[in-house]
Write a protein that binds this ligand. Structure first.
Ligand code: SAH
Length: 348
């Protein structure tokens, strides 16, 4: 709930309006009813029966031996589960969150979409993923340093399972919750939203006045190749996507990031790098190259380091800003959808 919604709600419970603000503050600090010490014990007991303050729990965690990246399997109140990944960078902790249980976009290389979309996450559940990660960091922090010193999530990427722009309203509500003065106050400049290219929603997002970084999963230099791996490419052309990106850049003044997962025999040739460069020329953008992460249920291949380097050099020669994305948590099924699938498979 927003502060205004929570204030209305506490009034329906026969409580004074200021309780709404108190409860909002507590929820965003990760507290559940028993810990809300400025509420009377009787009130806390009454509340614990009728609402859930912290909807997201960590069902499973795996810590990478390579780089300390943590993969979470979060459980939701209805028994569904989604994945999140916590990464430690020099600038802080970044959490990759899911926006839907599963996904209905059907990309051929992705594990999240194999069984379609079960349901959208609510704004509260998305926030709950961050609060659960903050609780985890607090519990792991050295004892005696106090709550204020415990590390927290400072950056958020909407790159877990789901298509954020297919769950538009709840995602917008979630983004606005992040910057509430009484909330967890994560700057939207530290938030990246990734889409497979839902053009009308990209344009709508440009008009929201929310300074998030827009990332677009391109994965191809032209429509023909894109249609082979991404069903959404049958609905919107690359020309329409790039036009929506230009609109986003013009409206927000922020550069757009293109994600490009390289797959052998599909999109990784130097000619294709040059074709891509031709389309992006003059645009305020950056290309993130990712060697495709092989998903065992899919028949798409990854690429060698040499192929990545060649593709990168070809883009650079055309003056396109590009980097090879650092892989983290490779030993813990860090890529989206994989951990949930193996866990579901074990439990059935
Ligand atoms: N639906 C959104 C958000 C998912 S973000 C989107 O499509 O952008 C997850 C990113 O990982 C996307 O760029 C997605 O295309 C990419 N991805 C999915 N499966 C992958 C795989 N097996 N290897 C590399 N990248 C993959």
């Amino acid at each position: 709930m927003t502060p205004a919604e929570l204030t209305e709600w506490v009034k329906t419970q026969g409580l004074p309006a200021f309780r709404g603000k108190q409860i909002f503050q507590w929820i965003h600090r990760g507290a559940d009813w028993p810990e809300m010490t400025n509420l009377s014990a009787a009130l806390r007991a009454q509340m614990s029966d009728i609402a859930i303050a912290q909807p997201v729990r960590i069902q499973l965690e795996r810590v990478s031996q390579l780089d300390g990246t943590v993969k979470f399997l979060f459980s939701l109140p209805d028994g569904n589960c989604v994945e999140g990944v916590l990464m430690h960078y020099h600038y802080g902790y970044s959490l990759c969150i899911s926006t839907q249980v599963g996904c209905r976009m059907g990309c051929k290389f992705c594990a999240s979409t194999l069984e379609g979309c079960v349901r959208n996450l609510t704004a509260g559940e998305m926030l709950g993923e961050i609060l659960a990660a903050n609780r985890y960091l607090r519990e792991k922090a050295p004892a005696g340093e106090g709550e204020a010193a415990a590390p927290r999530v400072s950056h958020v990427v909407l790159m877990g399972s789901g298509e954020p722009l297919d769950n538009y309203d709840q995602v917008m509500k979630f983004l606005r919750l992040l910057r509430e003065p009484e909330g967890i106050q994560i700057s939207l400049r530290n938030v990246s939203l990734s889409t497979c290219g839902l053009v009308p929603e990209m344009r709508r997002l440009a008009e929201e006045d929310l300074p998030v970084t827009l990332c677009v999963s391109l994965h191809a230099p032209n429509d023909e190749i894109r249609r082979r791996t991404m069903p959404i490419a049958n609905r919107y052309s690359m020309a329409e996507i790039l036009e929506a990106c230009r609109y986003y850049i013009a409206k927000t003044g922020r550069r757009v990031i293109f994600e490009y997962a390289l797959s052998d025999g599909v999109n990784s040739g130097e000619d294709q790098a040059r074709e891509l460069a031709g389309k992006l020329r003059g645009m305020q953008c950056h290309v993130n190259l990712i060697p495709l992460n092989v998903v065992k249920e899919r028949d798409m291949k990854g690429v060698s380091e040499k192929t990545v380097t060649r593709f990168l050099r070809a883009l650079e020669a055309e003056h396109i800003s590009a980097t090879r994305r650092r892989e983290m948590g490779d030993d813990i099924e860090g890529a989206c959808g994989q951990l949930r699938r193996t866990t579901l498979a074990k439990n059935t």
